[in-house]
Design a protein around this ligand. Structure first.
Ligand code: AMP
Ligand code: MG
Length: 416
């Protein structure tokens, strides 16, 4: 098979994913402070070097006592506030008023909540049958033990992770560097959204959808722009972006038209290798994957739906692998169709609506017309329904795979 035939071979989406996975390169790591850690992918295991809490603390406002003390009432020696320590020792017949989060004073081994007490002058009467040792006390190290693996490498840093890191004083952490991505819309017909298109012109949509899709990923958008359908100009721009970025996303110019130059530029370039450029998939047939020594090029189709679908199915998982994230790609689930679905001659990724019935079943239906220019098929959609080709239509009640774009909602209709 010639090189040309090999790269032109139609790949199923699974084959394409396998090839992408095999060629994905990890980005280097860097240290960031807590304030810029959100959304980043942790590149080290976080091991606790100190316990949490570092001291036994009260979990209630009340009185720090000796559990075994049988005195009918106790004299209040003073108050133990959060953030303070005391030399006052709790012995039989004595107690200390204590606030939530305050360290247990010396001698005390339990806290009686204020609701179970009655105060008379400087004495307190405890209305509780058995005071247990350790009651309402959070022991040292109960939440975090020294040596415990708190957060694993590959975790996406969210609010709780930042809180934990702050709690143990880890203010600098190793994360994967954000891949630098540029977005290049191609086409002589494209104008900016604020412009009024002339005859035969359309407004550029892909640059904006792709930037928005990248916003939920740990990447840095380094450049965006429009290139004309001019081979020299396009190649010059591509070269410039390839030299400085990790990923170059182009849209348009990958079909069979005379002015679709992307594939030809990539094919003729000595220093760029095309892995594949045809998919057994709808939408997204001309999706192209190529690499230079340092950068990855995704040639997305020009139709807005095709660009979005191939981004979700192929580009997202590559980004996740580049940064070493645990969760790779969109999560997939099996769903039950509530309406008939017509298969195409290629695997079709239909924009659909997945919902959860009252009994917890995941049900789904396609979101209207599936033409690849109809971006509105994404409005209210939360999944791709993966419809494999076959002779027969898929019937309501059949189960198919779905890739979730966002979490399903509870059914509002009577589809189930
Ligand atoms: P192409 O792959 O360049 O042949 O483009 C396929 C279709 O997508 C054509 O109708 C283009 O006008 C349209 N298209 C290409 N790029 C964009 C874009 N950035 N925004 C909206 N539509 C586009
Ligand atoms: Mg074009």
């Amino acid at each position: 098979m010639s090189e040309q035939q090999e790269i032109d071979r139609m790949r199923t989406p699974e084959e394409a994913l396998t090839i992408l996975q095999a060629h994905t390169r990890r980005v280097p790591t860097e240290f960031v402070g807590l304030s810029s850690a959100h959304g980043r992918i942790l590149a080290e295991d976080i091991i606790a070097t100190e316990p949490y809490p570092t001291f036994p603390a009260s979990t209630m406002d009340g009185y720090a006592v000796l559990a075994a003390d049988a005195s009918p009432w106790r004299e209040v020696l003073g108050t133990q506030n959060a953030g303070e320590t005391t030399d006052l020792e709790v012995t039989e017949g004595y107690c200390l008023r204590i606030m939530t989060g305050a360290p247990l004073p010396p001698g005390a081994d339990a806290v009686v909540p204020v609701e179970a007490t009655e105060l008379a002058d400087d004495h307190v009467v405890i209305h509780q049958e058995d005071v247990r040792v350790g009651q309402n006390v959070r022991p040292q190290g109960i939440d975090i033990a020294v040596g415990q693996k708190l957060i694993g490498a590959g975790t996406r840093i969210g609010a709780a992770e930042i809180g934990l890191l702050a709690s143990i004083g880890r203010t600098s952490i190793s994360v994967s560097r954000m891949p630098r991505v540029s977005i290049l819309s191609t086409g002589d017909e494209l104008v900016e959204p604020e412009e009024t298109p002339g005859p035969g012109q359309i407004r550029d949509a892909n640059r904006f959808t792709l930037a928005a899709m990248l916003a939920s990923e740990p990447v840095e958008i380094s450049w965006t722009g429009i290139a004309p359908d001019n081979r020299e100009a396009l190649e010059a721009l591509l070269r410039e972006r390839l030299a400085s970025d990790d990923i170059v996303l182009t849209s348009g110019g990958v079909s069979m038209g005379e002015k679709d130059y992307i594939k030809a530029i990539l094919f003729d370039a000595e220093d760029i290798h095309i892995h594949f450029r045809r998919l057994y998939m709808k939408p997204g047939k001309p999706f192209t994957f190529a690499q230079s020594e340092t950068a990855t090029i995704f040639g997305l189709p020009g139709n807005p739906v095709s660009a979005m679908a191939t981004f979700d199915v192929f580009v997202r998982p590559v980004i996740h692998q580049m940064v070493g994230a645990h969760q790779v790609g969109l999560p997939n689930v099996m769903v039950t169709l509530t309406e008939e679905a017509l298969p195409a001659d290629r695997v079709e990724y239909q924009r659909g609506i997945v919902s959860v019935t009252a009994s917890g079943e995941l049900v789904a239906h396609a979101n209207g017309d599936q033409r690849s220019s109809r971006l509105a098929s994404y409005i209210n959609a939360n999944a791709y329904l993966v419809i494999a080709p076959r002779e027969m239509p898929y019937l309501a009640g059949e189960s198919v795979e779905a890739l979730l774009i966002s979490p399903p909602e509870l059914t509002r209709d009577n589809h189930s």
